[in-house]
Design a protein around this ligand. Structure first.
Ligand SMILES: Cc1cc2nc3c(=O)[nH]c(=O)nc-3n(C[C@H](O)[C@H](O)[C@H](O)COP(=O)(O)O)c2cc1C
Length: 253
């Protein structure tokens, strides 16, 4: 299975076999993480894998997920760094899925460990072997329909549509799916819905979500042999939008 196929396979796994994984697999995950390219040169990141034995379980919080391992991503606390964190973790999650592992994003990374090199533990991915019957017995979490998420300003090709369809399936905190897409002139403009709690005190999660959907767009674009790049378009940035916040534009080379 490759990363693109992983998009159609994955779902959050919250019940794991509490057993170890081959060290080779753990090392491959860290190697894959270290080779990922950041969205911009300004973003520092670090990764660490923690085993269940090394975690202070009593501090994990309400939305905790019990898993044999957690991959923790460290970064600065800026919007740009969090967008990048989501972008990297979105790919790492699909990498693990493509290797047959179960995963679940966990936003309580700060409860798992302290920061390092002046960076905060921003987000974690719980992972391990899924309980065999569990994965098959749970129903997939629904997503909003294409028509609610995408504005298509002109006829788009099959491949661009497939990229948007893949992005529609991206996971988000509380399944909030804050993304909105405008496909126009061979580019996809990405917006974030400005709504209620999403903008009050949860901005961090919000940028992580947008980073994840960006990763999905990139993975799908690469599946069709495009070279995507993320840019900020000045005249959209200047627009005052009531309901949405402009995040980034994906164009293809
Ligand atoms: C940024 C982010 C943070 C998340 N945090 C948690 C969490 O702390 N605990 C949890 O059980 N699930 C968490 N999730 C998983 C979401 O609830 C899940 O992805 C969403 O409901 C969609 O379900 P699916 O992944 O099965 O498609 C998080 C997901 C994202 C993207």
């Amino acid at each position: 299975m490759n990363l693109y196929e992983g998009i159609y396979e994955r779902q959050s796994i919250r019940r794991y076999r509490m057993e170890g994984i081959d060290t080779k697999i753990i090392n491959n995950i860290l190697k894959y993480a270290s080779q990922l390219e950041s969205l911009s040169g300004n973003c520092r990141t670090g990764f660490r894998i923690l085993a269940w034995q090394n975690i202070k379980k009593h501090r994990m919080g309400v939305f905790s997920v019990k898993a044999p391992y957690y991959l923790v991503l460290f970064c600065d606390s800026t919007e740009e760094a969090m967008l990048n964190a989501g972008y990297l973790l979105g790919q790492l999650d699909l990498y693990m899925v493509s290797r047959g592992l179960g995963t679940c994003f966990f936003h309580g990374a700060k409860k798992l460990c302290a920061g390092e090199n002046g960076m905060s533990p921003m987000m974690a991915l719980a992972f391990g072997k899924a309980e065999p019957l569990y994965g098959r017995s749970i129903r997939r979490t629904r997503r909003l329909p294409f028509s609610e998420l995408c504005i298509v300003k002109e006829e788009i090709g099959k491949e661009e549509k497939a990229m948007l369809e893949a992005a529609r399936l991206a996971p988000s905190s509380f399944n909030s799916q804050p993304w909105r897409f405008v496909a126009y002139d061979g580019r996809i403009h990405l917006f974030c819905k400005r709504e209620g709690w999403a903008f009050s005190g949860r901005q961090g999660l919000h940028y992580l979500n947008m980073g994840i959907v960006l990763a999905y767009l990139f993975v799908a674009a690469e599946e069709f042999w495009y070279s995507p790049e993320a840019v900020r378009v000045e005249n959209i940035l200047e627009k005052q939008l009531k309901r949405n916040e402009y995040v980034v534009t994906v164009r293809f080379k």
